[in-house]
Design a protein around this ligand. Structure first.
Ligand code: AMP
Ligand code: ZN
Length: 113
């Protein structure tokens, strides 16, 4: 997808610090971390937001959570973590390629702000 920041990261046109990759998923360090461990997990296929999930692409969301479990083992996050998806303006989404924040290594307040 042209002019999509995260598609450019997947293509290697914009540098990122890779945390995990498989056939369907790429995960990289957030440039403005909100926790000591903060990964951004994205499907390689461009999906604009959670609002665009459908019966053809929803398997990729399962792949995201398979990646979460793999990253948890890889990074030793056994103490716990939070997975967050921001959708749309009120949800605080700033990049139009669906992504999941994986936050860990601090006690995360609930409910979130
Ligand atoms: P959101 O606000 O949910 O859309 O999240 C977008 C996230 O992408 C934010 O946490 C940003 O810090 C992060 N981000 C933006 N640009 C980059 C980049 N070039 N490399 C890594 N993370 C980025
Ligand atoms: Zn994209």
């Amino acid at each position: 997808m042209q002019d999509c920041l995260f598609c450019k990261i997947i293509a290697g046109e914009i540098p990122s610090t890779k945390i995990y990759e498989d056939e369907y998923i790429y995960a990289f360090a957030d440039i403005a971390p909100q926790a000591p461990f903060h990964a951004v997990i994205i499907p390689k296929e461009h999906i604009s937001s959670a609002d665009e999930i459908n019966e053809n692409n929803s398997f990729l969301i399962g792949k995201v959570f398979e990646a979460v479990a793999n990253i948890s083992k890889q990074e030793n996050l056994a103490n716990g973590y939070r997975v967050v998806n921001n959708c749309g303006e009120d949800g605080g989404q700033t990049v139009g390629h669906i992504h999941f924040h994986l936050l860990a290594r601090r006690n995360l307040a609930w409910p979130p702000g």
